[in-house]
Design a protein around this ligand. Sequence first.
Ligand SMILES: [Fe+2]
Length: 147
Amino acid sequence: MMETQLVGMLPDALLIDLPEIDAQHEEIFCRIEALKAACFGSGPAPLEEFRSLLDYLKHHFASEERIAQQTGINFAAHAQVHRENMQVLRKAFSEVLDGSRDVHSFLRYAEYWFERHINVEDKPFAASVREVRLNFTTASPQVAPSF
Ligand SMILES: [Fe+2]
């Protein structure tokens, strides 16, 4: 595992105020930054770290889906976007492996995708989660929310 040492690097504009998800976004951001740094030189690209990033994204998507399930939010459309994201990112990585795409191109794509994922998918998701939690708290003041 690559040591990233980039704690607190996620730009404020990308925070969505769901601590578990913000922490995962921070991890993804740091991994992409670390890969950019690692690929800057002329040495071999750390392909295992790219695979590890894709695995981590799968874990991240599963976390978002679990939170949606716990909160009772309809996540079908968002889950479909996650599946498409994984397909596109895996395809881009397979192109790196077969030599038809370079690592920098992959990383530019991953960076662009990541910001879009937060701004277009996760910010509205976080707003829905907050709304449900707020309504739950207002409707049942004696019962502590379990989430
Ligand atoms: Fe996310």
